[in-house]
Design a protein around this ligand. Structure first.
Ligand SMILES: [Fe+2]
Length: 257
């Protein structure tokens, strides 16, 4: 298998909420123990912490990211609404702080990484939700500028024969009031039939939605630490490993359940 051909998808760790920090630490240790960093890229689709600007939660989250990097794993992450505030009230100041600490290499979204034959494109689904009048609630909006840049990026000749993976926090198919990606249909127009994998989280559902928008793999990562994912409703903690060689998906549970 060529280098970095496998994606481990994590989402919504919510470090700082109840025992989510302990669970996140266990997940990371088990990934380091059982997975091969030569072939694995870890994508985390936001809500790494429960609340922005909680120093001890940021400290633990940064320690865990550092553990993965020390283990030679490549970590790609995009911000969730909780990373920029409380989950319901966000601010540009919090956004700047989170990005400075967690993703200093990212000047702007969409953000492109290329490994081997795969292009990974991260989006910030909070980007257009930080104005004074719509920074409340848990909606997402990519904004016209980010979508225009994404469209241009997908036309870039260097991406022509690459497998394309797009990841963002907000659930593009949600109709839950105050939790929607407001410009979901505009995103659809840009990526429909043009990318291979779409990954997201936000709703803590963890359900798969394959073959949507002409994309081979479309996956909701749920909450990897199980924040408010009641098993009685059939929501189970799953950690998905996607093999880009054949687009197969293996479900694992790094918590050992
Ligand atoms: Fe979340």
């Amino acid at each position: 298998m060529p280098d970095k051909n496998q994606i481990i998808h994590l989402s919504d760790l919510h470090i700082g909420y109840q025992d989510c920090g302990t669970k996140a630490a266990k997940i990371i240790e088990n990934i380091i123990k059982y997975e091969d960093p030569k072939v694995s890229i870890i994508i985390i689709t936001g809500d790494i912490v429960e609340r922005a600007r909680q120093a001890k939660d940021f400290t633990l989250a940064l320690e865990l990211m550092a553990r993965l990097k020390q283990g030679n794993f490549k970590v790609l992450l995009c911000p969730g609404n909780h990373d920029y505030g409380t989950g319901f009230i966000n601010s540009r100041k919090n956004a700047r702080e989170f990005r400075r600490l967690f993703i200093p290499e990212v000047a702007n979204f969409p953000y492109l990484d290329i490994f081997g034959n795969t292009a990974f494109i991260g989006l910030d689904s909070n980007e257009a939700e930080l104005h004074w009048y719509d920074r409340f609630f848990a909606d997402g909006e990519l904004g016209a500028l980010q979508l225009t840049k994404l469209d241009k990026m997908l036309n870039d000749p260097q991406l022509k024969d690459k497998t394309k993976v797009v990841y963002l926090h907000h659930h593009p198919f949600s109709r839950l009031p105050f939790h929607c990606l407001k410009d979901s249909q505009k995103l659809k127009k840009v990526i429909e039939n043009r990318i291979d994998v779409l990954l997201y989280g936000h709703l803590h559902l963890g359900l798969s939605q394959n073959n949507t928008w002409g994309i081979k793999i479309v996956l909701d990562g749920g909450s990897s630490t199980g924040k408010r994912m009641p098993e009685m409703f059939g929501f189970k903690i799953k950690h998905r490993v996607i093999d880009l060689a054949d687009f197969s998906i293996v479900e694992k549970n790094y918590l050992g359940g």
